[in-house]
Design a protein around this ligand. Structure first.
Ligand SMILES: Nc1ncnc2c1ncn2[C@@H]1O[C@H](COP(=O)(O)OP(=O)(O)O)[C@@H](O)[C@H]1O
Ligand SMILES: [Mg+2]
Length: 265
């Protein structure tokens, strides 16, 4: 049984078909990288998977359970965590408190915050901060954070919910090459720990390095689905998305990835 199935999902905004009759399955343990031009429908797809937007038609199935009508928080509790494209967080809270909010509310239904935070929640917070490397700054206010740490803080919040499926929307947008490598290392480790990941990214180096499978969207439809090595051989992908120069770069990166896998295996 796939971990996630999107079946004919469609989102129409008036006459604009942001996502059009899109179907795909995701097996547990996969890292699916999604690319495509601006406006291709990538974020809208995440909105429908995480429940921030209702599908116009189609269904979203998590571990065999139809979650299409479930609330976003219900989907969190079912094991789905999402990191947003735009930076979010509570500026006046410390990093630890930010992650605590996710850890406390993201795993199970809660009424009001209790007088006591269960120690199990505190453990998850500490572990999540360590996984992204923010543990030494945990008691600083989030307002003081540089962009890279804000991105890592959002990932920590998602990890503190112990998700089965992690959705990352452009996690390295606007970062320097060194910072991109830093996030790649964190996400690579999370995937190696068995969390299934779907990531949207324009930075091809990041996408190719991490993804076991790639899907390119264009005008709300699937333009390509396959391994990273096939991207640069696909004329439509090169024409619509990559361009010739980037196509050659992607071919080089994909070859490097395959070599790395051979050495590892
Ligand atoms: N809430 C909305 N209302 C109307 N149009 C929207 C809305 N959200 C997204 N769109 C449109 O849907 C299309 C897909 O957007 P989006 O999913 O954000 O693309 P991507 O993430 O691939 O850049 C775009 O044309 C965008 O303008
Ligand atoms: Mg987007």
């Amino acid at each position: 049984m796939p971990l996630l199935s999107c079946r004919n999902v469609t989102k129409a905004f008036g006459s604009l078909m942001a996502v059009s009759d899109l179907s795909f399955d995701l097996a547990a343990g996969e890292v699916l990288g999604i690319g495509g031009p601006n406006g291709a429908g990538k974020t809208t797809l995440f909105e429908m998977i995480s429940g921030q937007t209702r599908v116009t038609s189609g269904s979203v199935v998590l571990e065999g359970r139809d979650i299409t009508r479930l609330s976003p928080v219900g989907r969190c509790h079912a094991g789905l965590a999402r990191v947003f494209q735009l930076n979010t967080g509570f500026d006046s809270l410390t990093l630890r408190e930010n992650v605590l909010v996710a850890a406390y509310y993201g795993r199970a239904p809660r009424r009001m915050p209790g007088f006591r935070i269960p120690s199990e929640v505190g453990d998850r917070v500490q572990e999540a901060l360590c996984r992204v490397g923010l543990e030494t700054r945990a008691d600083r206010p989030a307002a003081t954070l540089p962009v890279i740490d804000r991105k890592l803080l959002m990932i920590a919040g998602a990890l503190a919910m112990s998700p089965k499926l992690l959705l990352l929307d452009e996690p390295v947008g606007g970062l320097t090459q060194r910072e991109i490598d830093q996030v790649a290392e964190v996400v690579g480790r999370v995937a190696a720990d068995g969390v299934t990941v779907v990531l949207i990214e324009h930075v091809m180096r990041f996408l190719v390095q991490l993804s076991s499978r790639v899907m390119i969207l264009h005008h709300g439809k699937k333009l390509y689905e396959g391994d990273a090595a096939g991207l640069s051989r696909d004329r439509d992908v090169v024409e619509v998305y990559l361009g010739q120069g980037a196509g050659r770069e992607v071919a080089r990166l994909a070859a490097g990835r395959e070599q790395g896998a051979q050495h590892a295996g």
